[in-house]
Write a protein that binds this ligand. Structure first.
Ligand SMILES: *Cc1c(COP(=O)(O)O)cnc(C)c1O
Length: 354
């Protein structure tokens, strides 16, 4: 039996996607060649890249005037590419500090110029999303992290910003509807909700490019990749292919609005049990709870050994919390079915019985 995979990332992908990916590794597109041993310029692969980009645009309703590219280096390289491309010489950037990834992004900006923290939730170990802060109107951009994978918080709304908004959506892209026009740049490492590690999605407003006045190394310049349609150099063919299959799967299952409902039902099921069962408590502020990475703690640590044995016996994998929060984190990305959440909830109920 397959495990109930609650891993935070790399994470669960749908079974049919894995099966098609496995088949393509030995014989891709009836070429009698592997997907990973043909030229990326082969028309069979160019069609994959085109379909992946088209699916991103369709599923997220990307308006005209935006480019969609697949890059490498993970979301972590975006932390550097963002200020390199968009923080002007002598300008300033503004960051919302909501967790480890947000902090890592802000630190890269500091290498390039003045970097302001609009607000931070570090005072309470990033267990909430700051609100009511001001974004200076003379900043080059405002950067935020839509979902804090480690701490289990999620921005339910984005602030009205007088300056362009750049968002790291690594761990909740394609999980809920967003209005792309509210952002100038959206980026996401693939391995949380889109595909395997190795590809990074960036959605960039074309009119925002070429404003920093900096000399940008070729590979770190968004324009390079936009002009060459993600084929400036060899793209991560396997990661792009599997991402494309996963986006096809999402489309077949009704798209983002449909999966958002399922994701809400999964989150409600789990949080209801966390709140109902006196043996557990959530670690994030209730109004900021993530629908992707619910984090929770045992109220009675003496039950830990028993609980750990019970969920392992139930075929559950990957719910140990990140070391900076402790406790548990049950990541419930798109591909994880409601039935797997029910298995976890049943174990939690069982533990409560004695
Ligand atoms: C995992 C994660 C990252 C880091 O992604 P890499 O692709 O490993 O560099 C950045 N931001 C968020 C929100 C993440 O969840």
């Amino acid at each position: 039996m397959k495990k109930h995979n609650f891993s935070a990332g790399p994470c669960i992908l749908p079974q049919p996607v894995l099966q098609q990916a496995a088949a393509a590794v030995t014989n891709f597109d009836n070429l009698d060649l592997s997907l990973i041993e043909i030229s990326h310029r082969d028309k069979s692969f160019v069609a994959v890249m085109d379909e992946a980009v088209a699916l991103v645009k369709e599923l997220l309703n990307v308006p005209a005037g935006y480019s969609v590219v697949f890059l490498q280096g993970g979301a972590s390289l975006q932390f550097c590419m963002v200020p390199f491309n968009f923080l002007k010489e002598g300008g300033k950037s503004v960051y919302l500090e909501t967790g480890t990834w947000a902090t890592n992004a802000r630190k890269e900006s500091e290498l390039f110029g003045e970097t302001i923290i609009a607000a931070s939730s570090e005072d309470k170990n990033f267990s909430y999303i700051p609100k009511g802060y001001e974004i200076p109107a003379d900043a080059d951009y405002f950067h935020c992290t839509s979902n804090n994978t480690i701490f289990g918080t999620q921005m339910k709304a984005f602030p009205k910003s007088p300056v362009p908004v750049i968002c790291d959506m690594s761990s909740d892209i394609f999980s809920r509807t967003i209005n792309v026009a509210d952002f100038d740049v959206i980026y996401a490492g693939a391995q949380k909700n889109m595909g395997p590690a190795g590809a990074t999605l960036a959605i960039v407003k074309d009119s925002f490019l070429n404003n920093s006045g900096r000399k940008i190394p070729t590979m770190l310049n968004y324009e390079t990749h936009i002009k060459k349609e993600s084929m400036f150099n060899t793209p991560p063919v396997f990661a792009v292919y599997v991402s494309m299959l996963n986006l096809r799967w999402l489309k077949e299952n009704g798209g983002v609005a449909a999966i958002e409902k399922v994701n809400q039902a999964k989150a409600d099921l789990l949080y209801n049990e966390i709140d109902r069962n006196p043996l557990f408590k959530g670690s994030a502020a209730v109004e900021d709870r993530s629908n992707m990475n619910p984090t929770f703690l045992l109220t009675d640590e003496s039950k830990k050994e028993k609980f750990d044995a019970m969920w392992k016996a139930a075929g559950i994998s990957g719910i140990n919390g990140h070391r900076s929060v402790g406790g548990y984190r049950a990541s419930i990305y798109n591909a994880l079915p409601l039935s797997s959440v029910q298995v976890l909830v049943d174990v939690m109920k069982e533990l409560g019985k004695g």
